[in-house]
Design a protein around this ligand. Structure first.
Ligand SMILES: [Zn+2]
Length: 327
């Protein structure tokens, strides 16, 4: 059984073409990785700690649906992802439950009592050879459901998993009930408070550098990608602002469904606008010209930034990203 170079869970797919692997991990999900980076990972060259492994796995899982390219630079950047707090981990798990079982009153049938056995086997790589082994039957049935939860919650071990489900979400917060296990009314109310802002809005705010070359990119490509995915692009005034964002911009961002933030030119205003959107629970799609990616600020570097070479390339990637994550 081949294992994931990041988290060591079994791979369900491992496909190789032109020096790049497309791997599909039961825990992390799908991503592209070059042979040399995979060799580096397997040789321990990145020296990933237990926490870095769960952070990177969780990041890959969260960005499923978009193209993930694990380059050497990307991995060094992901190594510095911040560790989530207990409540942040619990939020991610609760949101995931509500997506798996969106109908209120549904019992969460997830085989939680198998987590220990599954994680232990992965950590010790002690898989039985025989596919008909009862453990493998249990593993093949439960791991595809449980491992994404472990990944999204950035769970280190069984104790942490049980703590977050039983002690935090059930006993302390009352968001889950026991036998049958369901999301409680308090849990649903809390989930509503976490919901993305403006689900019905058709507006997309564009934050970018108003340089003459970039305005051409906006007019011919960014604008069209947004329109062709069924949204209305909003771009304010085309004037620079360096310190804070004004009321008009705040109002527009508050009313939009998502923000496209292009970091080409590394303008401070773009960081402010993206930052304001994060605070409003508004989705932000990040992009940057490939030559300027190295200048992008550390915090943004952890997002799955669309790296583009020319307007046409940006158009195609942006359209694909909007359709995958917003529309
Ligand atoms: Zn993995």
């Amino acid at each position: 059984m081949t294992k994931c170079p990041i988290c060591s869970s079994p791979l369900s797919n491992d496909y190789y073409q032109k020096d790049t692997f497309w791997i599909s991990c039961l825990r992390c999900g799908n991503c592209f990785i070059t042979r040399s980076v995979r060799n580096m990972l397997e040789g321990g060259a990145f020296n990933l700690s237990e926490t870095q492994i769960v952070n990177i796995s969780g990041w890959i899982r969260e960005n499923q649906g978009t193209d993930i390219d694990l380059t050497k630079e990307k991995l060094y950047s992901l190594k510095t992802l911040k560790t989530l707090t207990v409540s942040e981990k619990a939020d991610k798990i609760l949101i995931y439950f509500s997506k798996l079982f969106p109908v209120a009153g549904a019992s969460l049938i997830l085989g939680f009592n198998k987590v220990g056995e599954i994680l232990n086997t992965i950590n010790h790589q002690s898989f039985p050879e025989n596919k008909d082994d009862p453990f493998m039957k249990m593993f093949n049935y439960n791991a595809p459901i449980l491992l994404p939860i472990i990944s999204l919650g950035r769970i280190i071990n069984t104790d942490e998993f049980i703590y977050i489900i039983e002690v935090y979400l059930r006993k302390e917060k009352g968001y889950l009930s026991n036998s049958p296990q369901k999301i409680t009314p308090a849990g649903w109310t809390y989930l509503e408070s976490l919901r993305q802002a403006n689900p019905e809005s058709k507006k997309a705010f564009v934050a970018m550098w108003f340089d003459p070359e970039m305005e051409k990119v906006y007019d011919n490509f960014i604008n069209k990608a947004i329109e062709n995915s069924g949204f209305e692009p909003i771009q304010i005034g085309r004037k620079e602002h360096n310190n804070d964002i004004n009321d008009e911009i705040i109002g527009e961002i508050r009313n939009c469904k998502f923000v496209v933030a292009d970091f080409t030119g590394n303008r401070r205003g773009v960081y402010y606008e993206a930052g304001f959107a994060y605070g409003q629970n508004i989705e932000v799609i990040h992009s940057c010209h490939e030559d300027q990616l190295k200048d992008v600020h550390f915090d943004i570097n952890h997002r799955n930034i669309i790296k583009w070479s020319d307007g046409e390339d940006l158009y195609n990637k942006l359209l694909k990203r909007i359709k995958a994550t917003i529309a």
